[in-house]
Design a protein around this ligand. Structure first.
Ligand SMILES: C[S@@+](CC[C@H](N)C(=O)[O-])C[C@H]1O[C@@H](n2cnc3c(N)ncnc32)[C@H](O)[C@@H]1O
Ligand SMILES: [Zn+2]
Length: 302
């Protein structure tokens, strides 16, 4: 069974899953169909819509793609990880029999670990990523900001540590609002962080914390770096500088481009900020759960 497909640009209905190639009758955008899913040139759509931030976004995505291989344990939801299982338990309260579930930014795995508890429960799965995926379900190679899915055709949308990677947060939430049916849920696993410089100078704590950081934490960190054989300011300068190299424990090195706060993420939004934005598109926050590694957010479409 295939979902109701439409043009990701003008939302005109496309009668069936497109065969090899089908230009949209209204706007000409080409959708390519295959037995397992659809694809379209999402990069061009994003570039045209968000010219100012597109290059930064693509550079961060490319870093993310390399991290699938070099930092797989941290950047992919491998089954067996406790934080991944926790999100799976959260999802199993929000998705049920016969529903259409779209995993946005599903990544490279056939079954991201958090979807495992939902297998065998009669759900119909769709996986979307900007890179081709081996997702076990209907595969969309596209982007969250322009979805080839009909209005109100989906019951549950999942973001497993992917909302902070998109090119445009506002348009992404607007698209989720369009494709979700009334009462549909948007389940998000996200971090609860702010840009490092804000965290350093304006922590959610008394001023004494800042003082302690400068006179206590900072020298201790330098000493630890030296004892570990790192450069003295390893992991410290990234609080302040743009355009730098990030080294990971396994020796993997990623470049953090100017304008980014780390080599991978476009956004460091906090849950309250996402809830505020989502309200503009008809969502209400119906579940917020602090997890061992971030926060799980349940938004319901009115
Ligand atoms: C940290 S990975 C998470 C992958 C997967 N959910 C997991 O946990 O294993 C973030 C994913 O978001 C994808 N992504 C980035 N920009 C996107 C966009 N605009 N629309 C959809 N997915 C996007 C990336 O390609 C990447 O696979
Ligand atoms: Zn069109």
């Amino acid at each position: 069974m295939t979902p109701a497909i439409c043009c990701p640009r003008c939302h005109d209905a496309i009668p069936a899953t497109p065969p090899a190639e089908r230009p949209c009758p209204r706007c000409g955008l080409v959708l390519r169909g295959s037995p397992v899913g659809v694809s379209y040139e999402q990069a061009r759509l994003l570039q045209a819509a968000f010219p100012a931030r597109f290059r930064l976004y693509r550079a961060l995505c490319n870093n993310g793609f390399v991290s699938y291989h070099e930092l797989a344990a941290g950047s992919v939801s491998l089954p067996g990880r406790e934080d991944v299982a926790e999100f799976g338990r959260f999802l199993s309260h929000h998705a049920g029999n016969g529903e259409w579930l779209l995993d946005v930014g599903c990544g490279p795995l056939p079954v991201p670990g958090y979807l495992e508890p939902l297998r065998g429960r009669g759900l119909r799965f769709l996986g979307l990523d900007i890179y081709p995926t081996s997702f076990d379900g209907f595969r969309i190679t596209g982007c969250a900001e322009f979805l080839p899915l009909a209005d109100r055709s989906i019951d549950v949308v999942v973001f497993g540590t992917s909302l902070d990677h998109v090119c445009d947060l506002t348009q992404t939430l607007q698209e989720m609002s369009r494709i979700l049916r009334r009462g549909g849920r948007c389940c998000i696993w996200m971090g609860d962080r702010r840009p490092y410089w804000r965290e350093f100078f304006f922590p959610d704590a008394p001023a004494t914390v800042v003082v302690r950081r400068i006179f206590g934490g900072f020298p201790k960190r330098v000493l630890r770096n030296v004892l570990n054989g790192h450069r003295p300011f390893y992991g410290i300068l990234h609080h302040f500088r743009h355009g730098r190299y990030w080294e990971y424990e396994n020796g993997s090195t990623f470049y953090c481009p100017p304008g980014a706060i780390d080599p991978f993420h476009m956004y460091f939004e906090r849950p309250a900020e996402v809830i505020r934005l989502a309200k503009r598109f008809g969502f209400a926050a119906t579940a917020t759960e602090r997890a061992s590694n971030g926060v799980f957010l349940g938004l319901t479409r009115s």
